[in-house]
Design a protein around this ligand. Sequence first.
Ligand code: SF4
Ligand code: SF4
Length: 223
Amino acid sequence: MIRIYVELDNNVPRYACTNCSTCDSLIGKSLCKVKNRGCCWYFPKFTLLDIQRMSKTPDGLKALNRIISNPSTQIYNYYIHAKGFFDESGYKRYMDSGMLIEGDYLEDHTVFFRSCPFVKSGKGCTLPPRFRTFVCNFFLCKEVSEVAKSHELFERYEKERLRYSRWLDWENESLKYHLSQKNITLQENFAEVIKELQDLELSQYEFPYLEPIILDDSWSRGA
Ligand code: SF4
Ligand code: SF4
């Protein structure tokens, strides 16, 4: 049985899926040293709103400190990109071998050789959901989405995700505008920006209650 449901962490929503703990989806495959990391090969980009959420509490500031202390993290004017592990030589050997993994939607084979700096093999993400990015909180792989599509509620899930992402875009644009008016950026004035974000009121989004999607065992991939 697969269950997809909405979870709130300090009013920050995410779509959780019970299939992720035993992920066997194509893009969850790892050919690098970090095994069992699902699709956490992603290198998260933390937006201004993500950073503002972190700026408001001591545990948020701790998370932010972890993010900026990661050696491959890059701070841009209005976002932070936390890059992780990439087994470049393994990737090169794999590409030269000519024995590429096949998948109709697979365009980027680096995914098999990457790992987010915050994932722990077999355990998952070490950042609390309330400080994760939108992509981290709402991504559902093709395999899961294909199966879930058969459920009448899935369209509503997709609509609500889109609505929420538009709200996030709007909020991030507003924060960016505010900072640009003050002529400060994360790259040049990090501490000042954090102080400014702390002082600004944190906008809230009321994510609607959605019934869980429950898919019984009759589903099977590739059938
Ligand atoms: S969303 Fe898909 S690829 Fe990612 S962990 Fe879950 S099952 Fe695996
Ligand atoms: S921040 Fe967490 S959820 Fe996002 S890719 Fe990294 S480990 Fe996965």
